[in-house]
Design a protein around this ligand. Structure first.
Ligand SMILES: CNc1nc2cc3nc[nH]c(=O)c3cc2[nH]1
Length: 373
């Protein structure tokens, strides 16, 4: 067990890399997928079940937790790890992205953002300083800079102004974070789909210096082709010996394409949210369990999957409990999806380690049918 935060790069295969992030609360194998634990819970999952899927780290949302139950209350109760009974690493986002997507009556200035809670309309404020304080009170192991993520499409002037604001906020975040051994602060690269803006942002972040670097401003509606075009150059603008975290990604093929281009960490609500809407991810593609064609099907979701849903239940049963809106439906489908996403990561870590990522990627695509399976 280490008292420091460090990243050990392991194997590389093309641009893809595998490695380990060491933290006082445990190691994170990369490439890593982080389940999203929005309001101090990965919905429909016990923490021990999340760990059983293979997750080494999960994500907490500052925006949700500051509104309810508040960071101060979680701090008084011993911090987020104790509060939610998760002893492994936690990464918290800075709140800025969700303020812009969830809150109302937002007022953005150089100082920060004031907004009204989507829960009860109460007034709140976020700034680099307040976001660092909240994430410190939560006790998260990896803290994200307070930034602004512009909605796409946006013209160059808007992208430039927003990126430069985020870089000023990154400097203030670094200053406010202070000296916290064993904890990490990650900077977030902005710049939209503009290569020169991405370069300017990367240079600004490297001049400040961070324990890790996120690629922000993507997975905001630009589509996979545009995202991959940006990922063809953005990751290598960031320090080679620090983790690179692509925020908010994604579907399985997005994740594979991002790892192929040098990304080490990702997070997405897709597997857990889809578990509650009946969308199931398998190595052969996607299916929706609510479709009537599953009602007499005795087979598991995926014959090769070892998760509890696939070991013990038929598609017919899962169709039934989904249609009946039984709670076990969300439990089993979420568990399966998170298990599949972690299996994907493990497969890539092994393939990179063995220098056979291209073959693994070809097999990944070959066994996926288009459309519903
Ligand atoms: C679901 N897509 C998505 N989730 C994101 C979260 C983010 N947080 C901070 N900064 C970002 O640029 C950012 C971009 C994101 N895209």
């Amino acid at each position: 067990m280490t008292t420091r935060f460090s990243f050990q790069l392991g194997a590389t295969d093309g641009k893809a890399r595998s490695g380990v992030i060491d933290t006082p609360r445990g190691a994170i194998r990369t490439p890593a997928f982080m389940p999203v634990g929005t309001a101090a819970t990965v919905k429909a999952m016990m923490p021990e079940s999340v760990a059983a899927t293979g997750a080494d780290i999960l994500l907490g949302n500052t925006y949700h937790l500051m509104l309810r139950p508040t960071a101060e209350r979680i701090d008084r109760l011993g911090g987020l790890h104790r509060f939610m009974n998760w002893s492994k690493p936690i990464l918290t986002d800075s709140g800025g992205f969700q303020v812009m997507s969830l809150a109302s009556l937002r007022k953005l200035t150089e100082e920060g953002v004031t907004f009204k809670s989507h829960i009860d309309g109460s007034k709140h404020h976020l700034s680099p300083e307040r976001s660092m304080e909240i994430q410190r009170l939560l006790g998260s192991d990896i803290v994200m800079c307070f930034d602004e993520c512009p909605a796409l499409p946006a013209d160059r002037d808007r992208i430039a102004a927003s990126m430069r604001l985020s870089m000023r906020w990154a400097a203030r975040s670094r200053e406010a974070f202070g000296d916290r051994p064993g904890h990490a602060l990650f900077g977030i690269q902005q710049g939209g789909l503009e290569r020169d803006m991405r370069e300017e942002s990367a240079e600004a972040l490297k001049a400040i210096g961070f324990e890790g670097y996120a690629i922000g401003g993507l997975a905001v509606g630009e589509g996979q082709e545009a995202m991959f075009e940006c990922l063809d150059y953005a990751p290598e603008m960031l320090p080679v010996d620090r983790p690179r975290y692509l925020m908010g990604v994604g579907k399985p093929d997005d994740i594979v394409g991002a790892v192929k281009r040098g990304v080490d960490m990702m997070d997405c609500v897709l597997p857990s949210r889809s578990g509650r809407t009946g969308q199931v991810f398998t190595r052969h593609g996607v299916l929706n369990i609510k479709n009537a064609r599953h009602q007499d099907d005795p087979r598991p979701l995926d014959e090769q999957c070892t998760c509890p849903a696939c070991r013990n239940y038929s598609r017919a049963y899962l169709h039934h409990v989904f249609r009946s809106q039984e709670i076990i439906s969300s439990m089993l489908l979420t568990w399966h999806n998170l298990h599949y996403f972690q299996e994907l990561m493990q497969g890539m870590r092994e393939a990179i380690g063995g220098g056979r990522f291209d073959a693994w990627e070809a097999e990944f695509h070959a066994q996926r049918a288009e459309g519903d399976i």
